[in-house]
Every structure is written in C-alpha cells, then in structure tokens.
Write a protein that binds this ligand. Sequence first.
Ligand code: FPP
Ligand code: MG
Length: 282
Amino acid sequence: MFWILQWGLQIIEKFCINVIKCGPVPKHVAFIMDGNRRFAVKNKMQLSEGHFRGFDKLVETLQWCLELGITEVTVYAFSIENFKRSEEEVGTLMRLATEQLQKLLSNEVIMAEGVRIRIIGNLLLLSEELQKLCAQVVLKTKDNDKAFVNVAFAYTSRDEIANAARIIVEGVKSGEIKNEDVDEDLIGNCLYTKNGADPDVIVRTSGEVRFSDFLLWQISNSQICFIQVLWPEFCIWDLLVCVFRYQRCCNELKKRGNKRKNKNERIQTFLDRLEQQRLKQL
Ligand code: FPP
Ligand code: MG
C-alpha cells in the first residue's frame, strides 16, 4: 500500500471529519512540507530519516484529504533551489522519489481510488531515469478523475512563469497566436499547473512565514495557513484547523456578500420610491 493508506481513522477523528464536512470544504489544498531536517535534528536522527518521515506524513495527509473530500492536493516536494543542498541530501531525495514512483507504478490502489498524479516542474533538470518514471506515472494515471495529486518537483514559480513566457513568445513569433491573445487565461494555460484548479488553501508547516517561490501565480486568492509544527509532526488536527479557518473565511465573505446585497436592495427600494414619488408629482 503506497501513497494511499487504508488504515482506519479513530472514531473521534472520523466524528470530527464528519462535523467539519457539514461546512464548505476546500476542493484544493497546497502544502509546503517544511521542517523535515529540523525534525531529524530535534529527534537525533539522520537528516535522511527526516525526509523519509516527511514522505510518510505526505501519504497520511493524502488519506486525510480524501476522507475530508479535498479532491486536489499539490505538494512542494523538491524546489529548484533544493539542488543547492549537499550532494548527499539531493541524492537522498532523488532516491526517495525514484523508489516511491517505482512503487507507485506497480501498485493498483491509486488506480482503484481513481487518483490522477501530475508532476509539475522543470523535469529536464532531473536524471533521465527519473524523467522516465515521472512520465510513466503521469501516463498511467492520466484518465483517473476522482482525485488529483500534483507533485511539484524541480519546481519554482519563477521558473514556471519564465517558461510560460517563453512558450507564449514562441507562439506569437510563429504567428500561431497574436499579441492581443495574451491575457491572464492564456498565461494560466501555459503554466505547469494548467490542468488543475487554483488552490483554495495553502498550508506551510514549521513556522516559516514565506512562500518560497511556490505557486505564486495560482495562490492570489487562496487562504493562507502557517502552522507551527514541523512537517513530520503535522497531524489530522492541524489539517482540521486549516479547514476550519477556511470555513470561517468563507462565512465572513458570505456575510460581506449579504451585507452588500442588503445595501443594494436598500438603495434600489429607495430609488424605486423616489421614482414613484416623481411619477405621482407629474
Ligand atoms: C522541507 O524540509 C522538505 C523538503 C525539501 C523535501 C520534501 C520532501 C518530502 C516530504 C518527501 C516527498 C517526496 C516525494 C517523492 C513526493 P527541509 O528539508 O527544508 O527541512 P528544514 O526546513 O527543517 O531545514
Ligand atoms: Mg526548510
């Protein structure tokens, strides 16, 4: 069983999930899974163990998201900046990705659950073996449509936007599209994330309050949740807090919408009365 676990949740967890599900649940949540190395240091482990625990936590989190009805999840698994880390650490992360993608290919749970995996990023920066594995996983799951897991690998937002700009310039140069065709929709459709929805919520663990070049175009309207715990410590209660904050924000927006509606109705009634009065005076 890989990527999607099938162990049961505790009764109290199930109960709280069902309560939270009575309100609006975000369709798409993005995670910056930060704090693996600090977790390793804190627990006197090898740094690589921190990343392994981080992967286990990702698997657990995907299951919670599915239970909650969050149908799309995007995770920041490896930033282009991460290539600057030591050779040993980059090697560990690449091996971890290779192993897990291989396991994914030979496992049917993901197909049975109808999960589509998309890998977003500058895949040309990866080894040929990893590029091939990414392509195999993406192709194998491409017709699944019950849930979506987007893995940002060799990704930064600036690279993604620069790449989109290059694609668009090529299109204009070749005459396939015109200058005036370039708008927000076209740019969005040339990003690595073109097939997905924008995240409703972005979560970053470990207390860091930064976006680190992650989905900068896509999160312009997302709710932001900075969580203090290190990624391997992230638990279902942290996720429920994020969803609860999202629900509070939705309610607030709804109230503001109602206030605006009330105001418009009030003004319209006032204007109608003035018009009636004017007609009477004629
Ligand atoms: C950030 O913690 C984490 C990463 C750079 C790697 C995240 C990767 C995983 C959780 C594994 C996922 C793998 C796959 C194949 C999807 P950090 O290293 O920045 O830790 P620190 O903030 O404590 O230094
Ligand atoms: Mg970090």
